[in-house]
Design a protein around this ligand. Sequence first.
Ligand code: DON
Length: 304
Amino acid sequence: MNFKDIITDCYNQIKDIENEGHLAAYIPELANIDPEKFGVHITTMDQQGFGMGNALEKFSIQSIAKVLSLVLAYKLLGKKIWERVDVEPSGNAFNSLLQLEVENGIPRNPFINAGALVISDILVSELKHPKQDFLEFVKRISNNPNINYCSKIAESEKKVGYRNIALCNFIKSLGNINNEPDEVLDFYFNLCSLEMNCKELSELFLFLSNNGCCTYSKEEILTERQSKRINALMQTCGFYDESGEFAFEVGLPGKSGVGGGIVAVHPDQYTIAVWSPKLNKNGNSFKGMAFLEAFTTQTKLSIF
Ligand code: DON
């Protein structure tokens, strides 16, 4: 497969389409990003890579980081985590409070904000120095020391994070947050502020194409079964109320973030990351979705 030619073709095809999206202005710092940025990078199982556009420029990965916090919680506690968070698509917006009351504070899945807050609570309980230890874990699995939080983004979101503050307190009142909400929210906002570029992001997710095993160090990050389950969750819940559409149009497990990034995983083949900051009405990158649709159409490589 000539990924280089296909990516070049898809990139040029999508670059100039009319972008109907908008920046995630509800986080003030994200409103300052150049909306025209557009980058893409693929990394294959043999660690060959190819990128285009702004592939080497760091951006805020936001909700994509929820996969990494889930991976660490799963690694530490195993299937016990499913007692506190479910594995069903929510069919609702990523920041919705709607289902929590009737479902007794058990979030539908670990990728909606409610679920990621419960996973953050687990990590705050389990890790001695939660923010530092989590960051070390991310650096280790990506074999990359140049990954960090962005305090400017974390502080910017914290200042206006009324919805997440409400969610965390609400779940606490329903008995599914053990630590103080302030501590859990501080971890969560930092988690979402992680920055990397498309190249780093595609390299970081390669272990999920490789049955949970780090392609660089050969360390088993997750067992094969666990890795399969993370991919299943990305497939069914990775794009919130647009997860069905992403499966329908693109056909790969993936995860989006309101920074405009999307990472998608083809088991045993490659990982691909796209960044374009303008989002569609469901909070997913408009051009990122369009690019990946063109890419899996041209390569005929989807999991279906
Ligand atoms: O909590 C929030 O609202 C953001 N930090 C993350 C949301 C997000 O990325 C949703 N993804 N499309």
